[in-house]
Design a protein around this ligand. Structure first.
Ligand code: XMP
Length: 507
């Protein structure tokens, strides 16, 4: 159980635990000790956080957490809270340690937690205060040039703490530290695997659904596909999939969905070809939020019609992921974009929701999909916004603009795949600036056409992202192919904005 002490690291810590094949959940820092006890965690990790232990109002944990008899790992701020609560000393040294730092193991041995680390190793630090005296019973296992207590532990009480961040990739052996805590500190087995996840979910779905009929809206993306397959594994032909083709998909996508679900898996599929309806509703709409709303509403209308025809269906499958669950639970998150998913169904259609991915992170969804036999083209597919290419046209969504952006997108995807960059690129796509024209020259003639922006980013979870350093020759091929092959586009630019301050999509 990861106690979130207020930084963005809690989600990363939970993911690292899962990567070690141990199930993890995040709880807010004000979760009461009784609730923690009731949930019977096998181990507790206190995350880092931006506060100082001296700050009034900074997040705290009940010191009783150290007496539950459950192993605890304190990270950064969690390390300091542990030291302070148990009688050690934390000082504001006035010196901030930030970034890659050299960690030196104690001459008296690395203890349990640091057992796999070399005598000197690189770790990631980010702190102002430092623990200057360990609590009674603790042994110091590592220091840096600036702080005497970079790691400490008392295995007899199951208490471990590190000042550095084992969860970030800049800490060379961070995952080894996590594993020692989980496997040795908490005595856990690495048994959170795709096979076990599938078995558990299939059991749960059967129990929830019984012999009722189930509907699932497929989007073409990996989440709804994996959710559908899990439900199909559980209840077979009680599941009907609905693919609402809104005409805003990438090239080849509708056929691929049909091919995969109806032909390959033999799952009953209702393919609603509704492109004309959507385009009619979108005529003249250029504002991003109005686009999203319009598409969301029309989607519901189409889906409603299918659902009425199948009024015997009592359940609806949703591909909600764990990060969505965490985010919708946070009170402070600002609404940057109103994401459209198959949510918000009207109340007069009474469905119970089946959400088999609620506990999973994206990479786990992919692993489960692969295990269920979903082809790599879908498992490895990039995230794609619900409103589709509509939010990749800055300007009006019409058939002509869609053809341009779809053609350019296909080139980008092909070249990224050809260069073997699919796994390292989170998303790579095009944005059409439909209201902008620039002068070019092609053959002997002057052109006056639209530009497209190529956007490629690396990311772990889409919360933050960096622009991808694509090789020059890949960018070169993308640019020349787009101008050559996509009518109406005569210029290509590359977006080098990170998130923040940019977002991944342009709208
Ligand atoms: P932004 O643009 O907010 O995108 O940085 C973050 C991630 O979310 C995807 N995205 C959407 N997904 N409906 C979706 O289902 C939407 O309306 C939507 N808008 C953005 C985006 O592709 C990126 O992966």
């Amino acid at each position: 159980m990861v106690v979130d002490l207020g930084a963005q690291y809690a989600q990363l810590i939970a993911r690292r635990v899962r990567e070690a094949h141990v199930y993890s959940e995040i709880v807010p820092h004000d979760t009461s000790i009784d609730e923690l006890r009731v949930r019977r965690p096998a181990g507790i990790i206190l995350s880092g956080g931006p506060a100082s232990v001296y700050e009034a109002g900074g997040p705290r944990v009940d010191p009783a957490v150290f007496e539950l008899g459950v192993p605890v790992l304190g990270i950064c701020y969690g390390h300091q809270l542990m030291a302070q609560a148990l009688g050690g000393e934390v000082e504001a040294t006035g010196q901030r340690e930030y970034g890659a730092t050299s960690l030196m193991l104690s001459d008296r041995g690395p203890g349990v937690l640091l057992a796999d680390l070399p005598a000197r190793d690189t770790v990631w630090m980010s702190h102002g205060d430092a623990v200057t005296r360990e609590p009674d019973g603790f042994r110091v296992t590592a220091a840096t040039d600036q702080i005497p207590i970079a790691a400490m532990e008392d295995p007899s009480r199951g208490l471990y703490a590190v000042q550095f961040h084992p969860e970030v990739s800049h800490t060379a052996h961070g995952q080894a530290v996590m594993k020692r805590f989980l496997y040795d500190g908490c005595d856990l087995l690495p048994d959170w695997t795709p096979t076990n996840i599938i078995d558990e979910q299939v059991g749960r779905i059967r129990e929830q659904v019984g012999d009722a009929q189930v509907l699932c809206a497929l989007s073409g993306g990996v989440d709804s596909a994996v959710a559908a397959l899990l439900v199909h594994r559980a209840v077979g032909d009680q599941l009907t999939c609905v693919f609402v083709d809104h005409g805003l998909n990438r090239e080849g996508e509708p056929d691929q969905v049909e091919e995969t679900f109806a032909r390959h898996f033999r799952i009953p599929l209702v393919h609603v070809k509704a492109a004309d309806r959507f385009l009619a509703r979108l005529a003249g709409v250029a504002d991003p939020e109005v686009k999203r709303k319009t598409i969301g509403e029309e989607f519901i209308r189409v889906f409603e019609e299918v659902a009425r025809e199948r009024s015997d269906a009592g359940f609806l499958v949703q591909g909600t992921l764990y990060p969505d669950v965490i985010e919708s639970g946070s009170k402070t998150a600002a609404n940057i974009k109103s994401h459209h998913n198959v949510g918000g169904l009207p109340e007069d259609i009474a469905f119970d929701l089946v959400e088999p991915l609620r506990d999973l992170f994206k990479d786990e969804v992919r692993a489960v999909g692969a295990e269920l036999g979903l082809p790599e083209e879908i498992v490895g597919r990039q995230p794609f916004p619900g409103p589709g290419l509509a939010v990749r046209i800055v300007g009006e969504v019409n058939a002509e603009n869609l053809t341009k952006v779809r053609g350019a997108d296909a080139v980008v995807r092909e070249e990224i795949t050809r260069a073997g960059l699919d796994r390292t690129t989170w998303q790579a796509f095009c944005v059409l600036l439909a209201d902008v024209q620039s002068v070019g020259v092609m053959g002997d003639g002057r052109t006056y056409e639209n530009p497209v922006i190529v956007r490629a980013v690396t990311s772990e979870d889409a919360m933050t992202a960096d622009w991808a350093r694509l090789p020059d020759d890949v960018l070169d091929r993308i640019a020349s192919r787009i101008v050559r092959e996509v009518p109406g586009v005569n210029r290509v630019a590359y977006d080098i904005t990170s998130k923040p301050p940019g977002t991944i999509e342009w709208e």
